[in-house]
Design a protein around this ligand. Structure first.
Ligand code: SAH
Ligand code: F3S
Length: 481
């Protein structure tokens, strides 16, 4: 679980939003955003910053003490994450005691799940919005300011956690470009309803953005120097985007269209589900050189019994079969996954199957979590019957096996040639460039700053750490634009 603060990297841009136009006479106000949880939240936080920059002229700060507005973009995937919200809000309350004009807003999945209950526990919170209503933040902020002077009984509660379809994207400003990589959200929500997971309840069911909107956004990003796109959604392979003529575009079809956009030299996506990991999608790895040889495909357990209890709707054999097909096309595939340890009913032999499965499939960097009972999910009805120390011991074992495998994968890069997107200059040496390989390792090598934004073939000559290797330039590709 990461907690990230946004660092100001840009001044507010001109707005295309006619309702909330920032006027230069406003004094510069500061916004602090704390982001918890997944990449979807990180994406949303960037959009929130863009939006309030455009509408009210807010500039990001990394210091909550100097902020005029504090926003928390929350995560409720596990209990610990949820508890963190209230401990952090307690700290923010002290800031508000000192500065009563400070505005506090809570968004994200905890907001979606708890709604105005948040204000029962933390009455100093002014605004509550969900993942699908963050585009309404400027209006909420205006409403908040309008009612500041009003007597308490005339104040309306500023809580909006509805799911107004995919409306959000129609109201968000064009994403700002920082560097040569960008996330593009292609869908919202999840309709898989795994028995342990809150996402379908907090972010709603799967809704895809129309194809034209996605393509236009990527064309715009490519024109502004973006070379690597990461398509984002809870289940990107469930993408069913409406086409201009009323048809439906699948995820595999979308990948083929994105690969044709001039300038896009590399394609990733996060996250997908094994069930919809289709033949059509596997064929994209054969036909599209832009697709990285890296896949994050959550499986959660190596035991069919546990998978059944989790309502993942597929067996281990199905997963193994799909990966075998993909590896036949991409023998250098780096595969990573998510695992839940200690799901109700997970016995020693089930866990042993998971360990064996991890070795058999040869996973790279993967995430593993102890099962957390989430209110409202079907699995919360099951008895959480595995002692905490057993769960912890199992987690430690899984993490050890995965780490060893990841180290072996980095070590095996020695002597290989990697395609690298050159992203910047090393902090430690101005003659050294740094970039990323398909498998997400950082690759440093000697080169010229004018190459930034291009792809290069680099021969790996030294392994520095688990995530950092050194190499030598073999070939600099012409700019793909
Ligand atoms: N869309 C992704 C998962 C999103 S949630 C998918 O296809 O599976 C990210 C990860 O959090 C999940 O893969 C799962 O490993 C973990 N997770 C979700 N709910 C959890 C819970 N109740 N307890 C522990 N881990 C959980
Ligand atoms: Fe959660 Fe399963 Fe969807 S893990 S996000 S319900 S695929």
């Amino acid at each position: 679980m990461t907690v990230e603060t946004f660092i100001p990297t840009h001044a507010p841009a001109a707005s295309d939003n006619t309702v909330h136009q920032h006027t230069p006479s406003d004094s510069i106000k500061k916004l602090y955003i704390e982001t918890q949880g997944c990449q979807m939240n990180e994406y949303d936080s960037h959009r929130m910053a863009d939006l309030l920059g455009d509408s009210h002229g807010y500039v990001l700060t990394k210091d909550p003490k100097e902020a005029d507005i504090l926003l928390m973009n929350t995560c409720s995937i596990r209990e610990k994450a949820q508890e963190k919200v209230f401990s952090e809000l307690g700290r923010w309350r002290k800031l508000k005691d000192k500065n009563p004009d400070l505005v506090i807003g809570v968004g994200g999945c905890v907001a979606s799940q708890e709604g105005d209950n948040i204000q029962k526990r933390a009455p100093y919170v002014d605004m509550i919005f969900g993942p699908q209503t963050l585009h309404r933040l400027p209006t909420m902020l205006d409403q908040h300011q309008e009612q500041i002077e009003k007597p308490k009984k005339e104040k309306i509660k500023l809580v909006d956690i509805s799911f107004p379809d995919i409306e959000k994207f129609d109201f968000l400003p064009e994403p700002r470009v920082e560097g040569h990589k960008a996330f593009v959200s292609i869908m919202e929500g999840c309709s898989k309803y795994c028995s342990f997971c809150v996402v379908p309840y907090t972010r709603g069911e799967e809704v895809s953005r129309p194809l034209d909107d996605v393509l236009a956004e990527i064309v715009g990003l490519a024109e502004r120097g973006v070379r690597e796109i990461n398509l984002l959604g809870q289940n990107v392979n469930g993408y069913r985007g409406e086409t201009f003529d009323g048809g439906i575009c699948t995820f595999a079809e979308l990948l083929r269209l994105v690969a044709e956009i001039p300038g896009i030299g590399r394609l990733r996506y996060t996250t997908s589900h094994p069930l919809e990991f289709s033949e059509e999608l596997i064929e994209c790895y054969r036909d599209l050189p832009q697709m990285v040889s890296h896949l994050h495909l959550p499986v959660q357990s190596g035991s069919n019994d546990v998978l059944q209890g989790m309502k993942r709707n597929h067996t281990i054999d199905i997963y193994v079969d799909k990966i075998a097909k993909l590896r036949a096309i991409r023998p250098d595939l780096h595969l990573s996954s998510d695992f839940i340890i200690g799901f109700p009913g997970e016995q020693d032999h089930h866990f042993a199957e998971t360990l064996q499965f991890i070795e058999d499939l040869d996973f790279d960097h993967s995430y593993s979590f102890i099962y957390s009972k989430r209110p409202g999910t079907p699995a919360s009805e099951l008895e959480d019957n595995i002692p905490e120390d057993v769960k912890k011991a199992r987690l430690a074992k899984v993490q050890k096996v995965i780490k060893q495998s990841s180290i072996a994968k980095t070590d095996a890069m020695l002597g290989t040639v990697q395609r690298v997107l050159i992203e910047g200059i090393s902090k430690n040496d101005p003659n050294v460039l740094t970039g990323t390989a398909d498998n997400t390792r950082f690759v440093n090598f000697i080169g010229d700053a004018s190459w930034i934004g291009r792809f290069a073939e680099i021969e790996i000559t030294e392994i520095k750490t688990l995530n950092l290797v050194y190499g030598e330039l073999l070939n600099l590709e012409p700019d793909v634009a």
